[in-house]
Design a protein around this ligand. Sequence first.
Ligand SMILES: Cc1cc2nc3c(=O)[nH]c(=O)nc-3n(C[C@H](O)[C@H](O)[C@H](O)COP(=O)(O)O)c2cc1C
Length: 197
Amino acid sequence: MKVPVQLSHASRLLNHGPTIIVSTMHEGRRNLMAAAWSMPVEFTPPRIAVVIDKSTYTREQIARTKTLALNIPCRALADLTFTVGSVSGRDDPMPAEDKFTRYGIASFPGPALGLPLVEGCIGWMECRVIEEPHTEQAYDTFFVEAVSALSDTRVFANGRWDLNEHNRPLHTLHHLGAGLFAVAAETVQGRVIDAPN
Ligand SMILES: Cc1cc2nc3c(=O)[nH]c(=O)nc-3n(C[C@H](O)[C@H](O)[C@H](O)COP(=O)(O)O)c2cc1C
């Protein structure tokens, strides 16, 4: 069910603005945080902007490794997403506990960088940070480039999302605030209007 996504299609995983889970790992210590603020900024190479606040432990991890993974959770992972966005990994005693162990979150290693990817998500990207110290400092915005991408073929295959009534538990989450999410439940095909002569 998990298949590689062509890197030229990877940005499409985030085209519709789903909430993501950022995962990191430094010297074996793993972490997770939710991020509602991310967007693609380039198809080829696949580049993404993501806001990561200075207060987060994730930010410390990224400063050390210059890598991170973007996991795309689905409706079934709403509680998990809200939870990892509500507590900090900084408080976990090493090595006994991290958010993965504390909340029983299963993971698998990413194919390119070995970063921990969250099982049950529907899309995954491993990324390297494109260093832009000014935007990081001034706007907490990181530009990253995907070096691997995977999708769950039940909802994303051949570079396209297929969100329909038969795969509702796998629809993406869109954060409205305070743990309330809208779900991408319906699609509509836009067509170019014929202009009257
Ligand atoms: C749904 C949701 C979306 C969030 N979006 C962002 C975001 O885009 N950027 C950010 O810096 N923090 C965001 N947060 C807050 C972080 O996820 C939160 O501070 C987290 O506890 C940081 O974890 P860490 O300290 O272990 O890295 C969000 C939280 C939630 C619940």
